[in-house]
Design a protein around this ligand. Structure first.
Ligand code: NAD
Ligand code: USQ
Length: 387
């Protein structure tokens, strides 16, 4: 297969590019390096030093014997996107090129607008470019489980659901409820994609995969420093498991927000890569929504797991709940249907309780680097007051 990975410089895009290339696919990465700049903007940096794109590509060849190409560019630039697709002639296009931090989208009006504009504009550009160049291209879009919110009803793996209103039945799009401007931008992406395929009929194969927060430092291809993927841990860009591991390494108390009973479906970086690869290698006819739900844990359970892993490694780890800066349910149902990935044989191979130990071990040699950004760790971005 030939695949363009838009957003391939990021946490998920880089390891996916390595994974696809190592399986013999031809990969072109396109990225405008936004996340590198935006993490600096909030006073932090990746836990592992990130080589510049050319060097990264060179390291991949040297250290992992994997060949990928890199093109700097912005998915918001329609002519550029269409040219890339016309010239490279991909079988599949992966779209990771989005502003992906919920707290970043809640900093102020400018960050909210940037998030929605960046994400939705990129999606529309890709819909147009694919439909114009070759509607048969498989468009794999990374959605997010957070599009659904935390409802009291089961979350089905279906784009539509039947409703009855005043005695009349009809199909509506599966209900969504974002918890940040970021999450709402993903909801809008989903609606646009489904409508473009089903009603406009300008796309023929779309996978909209909903993943929960991804954690981890390792994949099969990432074995040396030069090919590591970025790893964020500050209050804006770090996701909860990754943050807790860094807090443990720095001797800071782990920070469950509020009651800590919020539950999410977590998955390791390796399991995320396996799922995405299986979906790309098995494209759908039409529209496919995929819920990837591997390990459902509360934030409190994760804190306990990281504490135990740290203590097993001889560290002393405390847990200290902090006031929740977000607007979210801290106790809720989470009943998620997930049939597509198991049907493709993509079942989880990693367990969080093992992985967090490896993560702490991988992070320990970078303790001095991490401590430089200690001031960026405690939550400052409040959903109602901003930053
Ligand atoms: P990331 O920020 O590390 O990667 C996103 C990449 O896209 C970055 O390299 C960034 O520079 C690039 N980008 C952003 N806007 C762009 C633009 N306009 N043009 C070109 N490139 C652009 O984020 P990630 O964690 O790798 O997430 C990738 C995707 O997966 C996102 O769509 C995110 O919403 C989704 N997702 C992430 C997680 C998670 O836990 N990390 C979980 C579920 C879904
Ligand atoms: N949380 C804590 N303590 C912390 C950090 C977070 O208790 O120190 C809590 C949050 O309040 C939230 C949960 O952990 O309830 C998850 O937060 P997160 O920062 O790990 O994840 P989130 O903001 O939801 O976003 C991440 C990715 C995003 C992706 C999403 C999947 O950044 O790109 O879409 O996970 S999901 O959560 O399923 O929507």
């Amino acid at each position: 297969m030939k695949v363009i990975v838009f957003g391939g410089d990021g946490y998920l895009g880089w390891p996916l590019s390595l994974r696809l290339a190592s399986r013999g696919h031809e990969v072109l990465i396109v990225d405008n390096l936004f996340t590198r700049r935006a993490v600096t903007e909030v006073g932090s940096d990746s836990a592992f030093p990130l080589p510049l794109p050319d060097k990264r590509v060179e390291n991949a060849k040297k250290e992992s014997d994997v060949e990928v190409s890199f093109q700097t560019g912005d998915v918001r630039d329609y002519e550029f996107v269409e040219d890339m697709i016309r010239e490279f002639k991909p079988d599949a296009v992966v779209d990771f090129a989005e502003q992906r931090s919920a707290p970043y989208s809640m900093i102020d009006v400018y960050h909210a607008v940037h998030t929605v504009e960046n994400n939705v504009r990129g999606t529309i550009n890709l819909i147009y470019a694919i439909s114009k160049v070759n509607p048969d291209i498989h468009f794999l879009k990374m959605g997010t489980m957070g599009e659904y919110g935390t409802p009291s009803y089961p979350i089905l793996e279906s784009p539509e659901v039947e409703v009855e209103i005043k005695g009349k039945k009809g199909e509506v799009m599966f209900p969504k409820k974002g918890g940040s401007y970021y999450h709402w931008s993903k909801v809008f992406d989903t609606y646009l994609l489904y409508w473009s395929l089903k009603d406009l009929n300008v796309l023929s194969r779309v996978t909209d995969i909903m993943q929960g927060p991804v954690y981890g430092t390792r994949t099969e291809e990432i074995k040396s420093e030069g090919v590591r993927t970025r790893f964020d841990f500050d209050e804006v860009w770090g996701t909860v498991v990754n943050r807790f591991c860094v807090e443990a390494v720095l001797g800071m108390p782990l920070t469950p927000y509020g009651k800590g009973e919020q539950r999410r479906g977590f998955l390791s970086l390796e399991d995320s890569m396996r799922a995405l690869t299986a979906l790309l290698e098995n494209p759908p006819e039409g529209y496919r929504v995929v819920n990837q739900i591997h390990e459902v844990y509360s934030v409190n359970q994760i804190a306990e797991m990281v504490k135990k892993a740290g203590e097993d490694l001889g560290m002393s780890v405390e847990i200290e709940h902090v006031k929740n800066p977000r607007v979210e349910a801290e106790q809720h149902e989470y009943d998620v249907e997930s049939k597509v990935l198991p049907s493709l044989g993509a079942t989880p191979v990693k367990k969080m309780q093992d992985e967090v130990k490896f993560m702490i071990e991988d992070l320990l040699p970078y303790k001095d680097r991490l401590s430089r950004y200690k001031g960026a760790i405690l939550p400052r971005t409040d959903w109602r007051k901003g930053r």
